[in-house]
Ligand binder design. Structure first.
Ligand code: ADP
Ligand code: MG
Length: 477
C-alpha cells in the first residue's frame, strides 16, 4: 500500500484452519515453559556470550545487540524487573508412525516448533477479530468440509493477555504519573495493531497514558534523570517519565539506520524503565539457541527433566555448520549433499531471510570454508499438511470467480501461541499463556509473513484426531 491516505484490510482466510485439539492444547501448555527457558537464557550472560561469540565475528547486528547487553551489565542493571511478550510459532508436521494395534504404517500429525519471537510479536488484535469473524461465519453458514466435526473456533484471548502484560509491567514500576512508550517504525503499515492495543489498554485502565513514538526520532528527545528514570520530552513543558518501553520495532538491522539508533537503544536499556523486552530477553530469542539447546540433555541445563522432555517433543532437529568444528563440518556436508528436507537460517527476524531445500547447496558452496558459516544454522524441514480454504490477500480480485467452491486454495498454516512473562531478576512474578495467531499461506510458498504478502490471518477449528484417515480427507488434502 503506497498511498498513505488509503487503508487496506489485513489479508485473511475465509474459513478457520483445522488443527487437532490435543496438539493445540500441547502448545498452550508448554508456552510458560518456553517463557521460563527464555528468562533463564536471558539471565545467563556467560551462556549468551559462549553461544554468540563466533556469530559476532561475522554478524554486525548481533554484535551490536551483544555490545548493548555488555555495557548494561557492566554498568549494573538499573531495573531488575523485565517483561517479555513473546510468541512461539508452530507448524503441523505429517509423519509416518507404526500403529500399535495393527502394526501397519500410518500417517499421523504432530506439532513442530518453528521459532520464538522475543520482540515486537504482532498481530494479536487482528487474530482476535479474525476468530470472531470465523466464529460468526461458521454459525451462519454450513461449511460442508467441516460438518462432521462440529467445529468450534476456540476463544482467542491474545489481546487481553498482551494488554494485561503491559498493565502488570506498568504497576510493577509503581509510579502512577508515569507512562507507557510504544516504540514504532517510521511508516507503520500495521498501525491498527498498535492502536487496538492502546484502545484496549484505555478501556481496562483509563489512568494509564500511552505515548507512541517513532524509534528514529527518539534520539535527542529522551534522557536519563538523576535516578536513571527514562525521561521523554524533558526539554518541553510536558515531560513524561516512562515506566514501560514496549518495542514494536528494533528487531532488524534495517531499523538501526545510524549509530544514533544504537545510542537510543543503549540509553533506553540503561534506564530504570521496564523494557518489553530488555536487551538480554531480546537476545534469548536468537535462533542459534534453538540449535545449541537441541536435545533433552541440553535443555536440562535450564529446565527440570519433565519440562525439558515436553519441549523436546515438539522441537525440530538442528545442525551447526560452523567452519572450525567436526560437528559443524558434518552439518555443512549434510546441507551440501542432502538439502531437500532442510531449511538454512541466519540470525534474523521478520521474514525473507531463510534458504529452503535445493537452494541450500549452491549457497553453501558459495560460503565454502568462510567464517560466514557461523551465522547460519540448519533446521529440518517441517512437512505441513494442506487444508482447503480461501486466502483473501488485499489486492485479490474475486469478481471473475463465479464458482468459488471449485477454486479453493490449498493452504498450510502456522500456529502462534502468545506468552507474557514478568520477572524480577530470575524470580517469575507471572507467566501466562493465552491466545493464538494462525497465519495461512498457499502450499508451496516457502516464507510465511503476513506483512510481506505471503500469508493471511486465519483462526482455528479444533478437530478430535491426529491421524490422517478417510474422514480427514475432506479437510486435509
Ligand atoms: P522469521 O524470524 O524470519 O519469521 P522463521 O523461522 O519464522 O523466521 O521462518 C520464516 C517462515 O519460514 C516461517 O513462517 C515458515 O513459514 C517457514 N519455515 C521456517 N522454518 C521452517 C521449517 N523448518 N520447515 C518449513 N517451513 C519453515
Ligand atoms: Mg517467524
Amino acid at each position: 500500500m503506497e498511498n498513505d491516505s488509503c487503508v487496506a484490510h489485513a489479508p485473511i482466510t475465509l474459513l478457520p484452519s483445522p488443527i487437532p485439539k490435543r496438539l493445540y492444547q500441547e502448545c498452550l501448555d508448554i508456552q510458560p515453559i518456553i517463557s521460563s527457558l527464555m528468562l533463564k537464557i536471558a539471565n545467563d550472560h556467560a551462556f549468551i556470550e559462549e553461544t554468540l561469540v563466533d556469530i559476532v565475528k561475522v554478524d554486525s547486528f548481533t554484535k551490536e545487540l551483544l555490545s548493548v547487553n555488555h555495557r548494561v551489565q557492566k554498568e549494573g542493571v538499573a531495573q531488575p524487573i523485565v517483561s517479555c511478550i513473546n510468541r512461539s510459532d508452530y507448524m503441523l508436521d505429517k509423519y509416518v508412525e507404526r500403529d500399535l494395534v495393527s502394526s501397519k504404517e500410518i500417517e499421523a500429525l504432530r506439532m513442530r516448533h518453528v521459532e520464538v519471537n522475543a520482540i515486537a510479536s504482532a498481530m494479536a488484535p487482528h487474530s482476535v477479530n479474525t476468530s470472531r469473524l470465523h466464529s460468526y461465519l461458521m454459525s451462519k453458514y454450513k461449511v460442508k468440509a467441516c460438518e462432521q466435526f462440529n467445529p468450534q473456533v476456540p476463544e482467542n484471548n491474545s489481546l487481553n493477555l498482551i494488554v494485561q502484560g503491559l498493565i502488570d509491567a506498568f504497576d510493577a514500576y509503581n509510579q502512577p504519573n508515569s507512562q507507557i512508550l510504544f516504540v514504532t517504525e517510521d511508516r507503520s503499515y500495521n498501525f491498527s495493531d498498535h492502536m487496538i492495543i492502546e484502545q484496549k489498554l484505555y478501556e481496562k485502565r483509563p489512568d494509564i497514558r500511552v505515548v507512541r513514538r517513532k524509534f528514529t526520532i527518539l534520539n535527542g528527545t529522551i534522557e536519563l534523570g538523576p535516578n536513571k528514570e527514562l525521561l521523554l520530552d524533558n526539554k518541553s513543558t510536558i515531560m513524561k517519565e516512562i515506566a514501560v518501553v514496549y518495542y514494536r520495532y528494533g528487531y532488524d538491522p534495517s531499523n538501526y539506520t545510524s549509530h544514533l539508533a544504537w545510542d537510543t537503544r543503549l540509553l533506553i536499556e540503561r534506564s530504570r524503565s521496564i523494557k518489553c523486552p530488555s536487551i538480554n530477553f531480546h537476545l534469548s530469542g536468537v535462533k542459534k539457541f534453538q540449535q545449541v539447546l537441541n536435545g533433552k540433555e541440553q535443555l536440562e541445563r535450564f529446565l527440570p527433566s519433565s519440562d525439558a522432555e515436553k519441549l523436546n517433543q515438539v522441537f525440530c532437529k538442528f545442525w551447526s555448520i560452523d567452519p572450525k568444528s567436526a560437528i559443524g563440518q558434518e552439518g555443512f556436508e549434510l546441507g551440501l549433499n542432502s538439502p531437500q528436507n532442510l531449511v538454512l537460517k541466519p540470525q534474523r527476524e521478520g521474514g525473507g531471510h531463510n534458504i529452503f531445500g535445493d537452494d541450500i547447496s549452491p549457497f553453501l558452496n558459495s560460503l565454502a570454508s568462510s567464517d560466514e558459516r557461523y551465522q547460519y544454522i540448519l533446521m529440518e524441514m517441517i512437512n505441513s499438511p494442506k487444508a482447503n480454504n480461501w486466502l483473501m490477500l488485499y489486492d485479490d480480485d474475486f469478481s471473475e470467480k463465479t464458482d468459488l467452491s471449485n477454486s479453493m486454495d490449498q493452504l498450510v498454516s502456522e500456529l502462534g501461541i502468545y506468552g507474557s512473562i514478568l520477572a524480577d531478576g530470575s524470580q517469575e512474578l507471572n507467566n501466562h499463556s493465552a491466545g493464538y495467531l494462525v497465519r495461512s499461506k498457499k502450499f508451496g510458498v516457502k516464507e510465511g509473513g503476513v506483512a510481506s504478502g505471503h500469508a493471511g490471518i486465519s483462526s482455528l477449528v479444533l478437530i478430535d484426531d491426529t491421524k490422517i484417515g478417510s474422514e480427514f480427507q475432506k479437510i486435509f488434502v
